[in-house]
Structures are given as structure tokens and as C-alpha cells.
Design a binder for this molecule. Sequence first.
Ligand SMILES: [Zn+2]
Ligand SMILES: [Zn+2]
Ligand SMILES: [Zn+2]
Length: 474
Amino acid sequence: MTAGTNPYTDPTARRAFLDREARLRQLPPVERDFVRLGEMPDLNRWLEQVRATGGCAEPVYLAGHTTTLDADTGEVLRHYSTATEPGGRLVVRCRNRRASRCAPCSREHSGDTFHLVRSGLVGGKGVPETVRTHPRLFVTLTAPSFGPVHRAGDCHLARRRRCEHGSRQGCGRTHLVADPLVGQPLCTDCYDYPGHVLWNAMAPALWKAFRDNLYHHLAARAGVARSEVRTLVRVSAAKVAEYQKRGAVHFHAVVRLDGPDGPSVPPPSWATGDLLLKAVRSAAAAVALPCPDPVACGGGRLSFGTQLDVHPLINGEGGRISDDAVAAYVAKYTSKSVEAAGAVDRRIESLVEIRALRVSPHVRALITTAWRIGGLPELQHLRLRAWAHMLGYRGHCLTKTRDYSTTYGQLRGARAEHARGLYVGWDDETVVEGAWRFAGTGHTPAEALIATGIAEDLATNRDIVRAEQVRERP
Ligand SMILES: [Zn+2]
Ligand SMILES: [Zn+2]
Ligand SMILES: [Zn+2]
């Protein structure tokens, strides 16, 4: 600072500085924040960082360094430190897949899901293209009924019958799909709330039982020994969990048959699409797990609902559903999650909090039930209180078998954050050293507005590119 401009030594500079501070204090907080940002010496680098996160709404800040050394000589090959970054920290994405939490990260996650599912169908991203010729099905597994609910379309099935509480089995009206009544119970006294919550909680176990059954049913249909079948054929699958309007989880899955060593090997000739289709049907119908709370389920067993959709994905012309459509369909669900059923996207801490939630009476009853039975000692292993906001389901939104296709991690690996070397590890030639610490999260008000603008620009650009691709098609 030269003499005459230093407010500590120069009275004129001091007056100018104090006047400016007083003017700033009168500005609304957001505008004051904009002035602060505008004066940031490394504003351009900050903008570059925010652009690299795609305009993430809830970024995470990290501070630290990574050094890559030659394993033999100890020579420094690469060094990255946040010391020279704005604020001495690096901005990274929150990676939340929920659109309600972070729209830009949710969009990116959907895109990754699309590629992950698609490569398992048609190859690419490390999967051989010959998987197109393997038997492949698109399967939807649903939950059973826990009591009559309002249905989209004509809601008057068996309307004459009444339950013991005097409620009809349908309301007699015609509901649009978007009608908030759809999925709401016709009689809350009849509705099996504990059974519903326990089914959601056990859904991952039901899926696992289905996959195990599938091997047994393939073996039985092919006339091969159960102990032998896994050495002949491999079931690869990717599934996504979706909440129906009534708040029950159901699964959309791509199921593919591979040879014993995975996608690069075709399955044996007896393992046809037709055999797989029949085995999927009987394997799903045979799933029956003991209910973790015999009182709640009336001594019954947990099974899939009778509504089971199985569609073959046929290679090339004549396929009724295109591979891209299936991948897009599955990807869509990873950003919607539980909010689609009108539930909430964060954990619940107390019963008082449940009463204050802005949700339908049905969702409140499901969450309250999860909280209540979650206190039972024999159900502790289901962690129902921690997953009450998910209506009992604690599985991941998307899961896949190891051989189905690439992973989210591998897809992200191609992108910038990984390139900066944000991990500590080694291979034969190099040693990576690093020390990182969490340095905060979130945006200030002005930063949030700029990030939103960046995210919208990126979304618009992508839409334009997509529209052009469509136009270029013959
Ligand atoms: Zn984000
Ligand atoms: Zn109705
Ligand atoms: Zn009733």
C-alpha cells in the first residue's frame, strides 16, 4: 500500500474507508455480500471452482494438499495444495442425488445412473458390446396390498363391500394420476401400517432372496444341480427402488444372464431369454421371508405382490422397449426417491418433529409407525427410527451386482475432482501423500445466487446440445 492510500496513516484515506464501510452497512445483506465477492482478488478462480462443481447448491470445502512422488526416487511428480486457492480451500460437490436438496448434483447423478444402466445393456464403459446378445429382462417387483387405497382411474372396485369399520373398498370417483388422494387408504383402521413399514424395511432382504431363488429356479428348469448352477451361469442385475404413491417400495430391475466369468462370456445355450423369463416369474413368486415381528404380520410371511411385470429386452429391431428408454426410466427414479410418496428427505429426531411435518395423514401414520415399532428391542437391527423418514426402507436407491457394469466411482474418476488427486494411495510406480480436512459447507447468499445462475446456464447448454443431437438424427 502506497503512502496516501493507507487508512491507518492517511486521514483522507481513513475518511474514505469509513464512509464506504458506513454505506456498505446500509445495504441489504445480499448486496453487501455481492460487493464483498466483487472485491475478492481471486474472483475468477472462485467462479472457475463453482463452475467445476456444476453450480452445486450445498458445496463442501476442503483444505489440504496432495503430493505424488516417484516410488523409487522420491522425486515430486505432482503437487496440489489449496494454499493458493480462494480462501485457502477447494470447493467440491455435495453429490446429493436428491433433486430437493441439490438440483445440479441430482442431475449429474441421474446422468451417471443412465450411463451405468445403459452400459450394462448395450456395452461401453468397460463392458463388452456382446452383452446385447445375452438374455436381458426389465422386471418390476411390487409390494403386496396392506389394505385398500384410492386408485388412479376408476376407484370403485368392489364398492359394495364395506369393512368392519363401515368403509367402502373404493370411493366411486375417477382419480387422475396426480390426484393427492391416489394411494391414500380407504380405511386407516384396516390398513396394516406395521406390515407396510416392515415390508419396506425387509425389501433389500426380499430382493436378495429373489436373486438366490433365481439361481435355484434356473437350475431346476435347466435340469442342473443347484450346487453347479453358479459355475455355469451368472445373473447380473441393476435395480432401482421407487416409492409408489401409497409409500411402498417397489423395484425396477434389469436382469441379465452372463457366462460364469461375467459379461465377456456368453451364457450356456440352454440359458435362453424364455427360460430366464419363466425363472424370474417363479423365483419372485416363491420369495417368502419370516416377518421380523410375528405379532405385526399376524404370523405371516413377507412376499412380493402379485403384480409382476417382466419385459424381454430384445436386441435390435422388434424390441418392444429400447435399451435407452430403460436406462432413462431407471435413472429418473434415483433423483425422486421418497419425496415422490410425499415423505421427507431428512432424518427425524423425535416424535414431536413427526407431528410438525407437512405430510399427508397416511405418510405421517407410516412415519409414526416406523418410530413406534422402531423402539421395540426385537426390531433394533432394522434401525427403523433412523430410517423413519424413508418409511422404513434403508437400502440404497440403486444397487447392482459387481459384474453388471461400471461403478459411480469409475464414472466420476474421469472427472476433474479426481484428477486433482483427492485420494491417498499408491501403485507400483508412485506414492501419493496427502492431508485433507473439512473446511465448511454451503454458500453465502450472493454465492448461492451466482451458483444457481451457473447451474441454470449449464442445464440450458445441455438442453441445447440434446435438442441438436435429436435434430441431427435421420
Ligand atoms: Zn450439490
Ligand atoms: Zn377413490
Ligand atoms: Zn376398516
